[in-house]
Design a protein around this ligand. Structure first.
Ligand SMILES: [Zn+2]
Length: 372
């Protein structure tokens, strides 16, 4: 059953038309700079941290710690409605709730009809500063693909799909806690939002109704939720500067190609950060011949959690390898087959991307451990 549904998913690439131009260009509330706040994202510029600042920031991240603290708790069977799914939700909420930056974590719970009857789904949405109008969104799906019991007790743990991306997001929040706290207290109009989707996977076979349960529900809900509060013309989707979706990360030697022309400059920035970190010797097992990000290489669309948002005009970076991991939707997608150096490097690149996008700086520019 799973091979059949997999091949259907593979064939379904390149079939989604994009409607993102429809929603842009409407004038609503004007910011003091003279452009409507909904347009500020189009002119947004990021800071560039110095090598010293980069080293100070990355000193706080530790992939080995992430492995024990966040990845292992996620490596359980966690299809919608399962006990593991509930445990992972608790882990995400507890982790973010324990941080000093003060995340607001909300749940989006709903039931949906599935090929196995009505099931409960829960998206988790963590917002650093709910009063900020504009949000840089990082997103992953925390559910694992369901395999019925006929597989003789084998468990599908979805390490790359998508335990690692979710763990990377939790590690980012933990490692950048001080910086995010400071950025939040600067009363910026811009903040960070982390979305953990449930029900990305088809339960039986990928179709437009048996897939993307969580993202379809949340995109629809955000579209009808006024933002800022009390607004009549703008909703939560207008608040998304950029929707960065992480998926199928953790296998060795990934190559990311560019899917969307309108966000190409931000994709190019990822490539630029990879080069800067490489030059500063921040990346491990990353010789000159290795390059993850290829903004010049167009790749076909893949149906994933960004689609319900992209169809409603949200700008997207889809960080999914052009070739899926060889273990994709196989029981071998487990901890054993993960590539720690790749995860370390992508995690560092993502952390710098986020800080620079938020115009945040390290709170302590010098590394105390290296101080005389
Ligand atoms: Zn999957």
């Amino acid at each position: 059953m799973w091979t059949r549904s997999d091949s259907i998913r593979s064939r379904s690439r390149s079939t989604m038309p994009s409607f993102y131009s429809l929603m842009i260009g409407v004038t609503f509330i004007f910011h003091s700079s003279g452009i409507p706040w909904t347009q500020e994202k189009l002119q947004h510029t990021a800071v560039s941290l110095t090598n010293e600042e980069i080293s100070a920031v990355l000193n706080h991240t530790d992939v080995d710690q992430m492995w024990e603290r966040d990845l292992k708790p996620l490596l359980v069977v966690r299809y919608p409605g399962s006990a593991g799914n509930q445990a992972v939700q608790e882990h995400i909420k507890t982790t973010l709730g324990s941080l000093g930056a003060g995340w607001e974590v909300t749940t989006d719970r709903f039931d949906s009809e599935t090929p196995y009857g009505r099931l409960p789904f829960t998206n988790l949405i963590a917002t650093l500063d709910p009063s900020a109008k504009r949000r840089l969104v990082l997103a992953c799906h925390y559910d694992s693909k369901y395999y019925p019991p006929q597989w003789h007790g084998k468990e599908f743990l979805g390490a790359t799909d998508s335990a690692v991306p979710c763990a990377m997001m939790l590690e980012l929040a933990r490692a950048l806690d001080e910086e995010l706290k400071a950025q939040k207290s600067s009363n910026s109009n811009l903040t960070l939002q982390l979305i953990f989707f449930d029900g990305e996977e088809a339960l039986f076979q990928w179709t437009s109704t048996d897939s993307l349960y969580g993202s379809r529900h949340l995109a629809e809900k955000m579209e009808v939720t006024p933002h800022p509060e009390g607004a009549t013309e703008t909703n939560l989707l207008h608040g998304i500067d950029l929707f960065v979706l992480l998926d199928l990360i953790g296998a060795p030697a990934p190559l990311f190609g560019n899917k969307f022309q309108d966000t190409k400059p931000w994709f190019t920035r990822l490539q630029n950060i990879e080069k800067r970190l490489h030059a500063a010797n921040q990346l491990v097992e990353h010789p000159n011949s290795v390059q993850y990000f290829w903004p010049g290489v167009p790749v076909g669309h893949v149906l994933d959690d960004h689609v319900p948002f992209h169809n409603r005009g949200v700008r997207v970076l889809h960080l999914i390898p052009a070739s899926f991991p060889s273990v994709w939707h196989r029981f071998e997608d487990n901890e054993e087959n993960l590539d720690r150096p790749t995860i370390t490097n992508l995690s560092k690149i993502l952390q710098i991307f986020v800080l620079e996008y938020l115009n945040a700086k390290p709170t302590s520019p010098t590394n105390p451990q290296n101080a005389p």
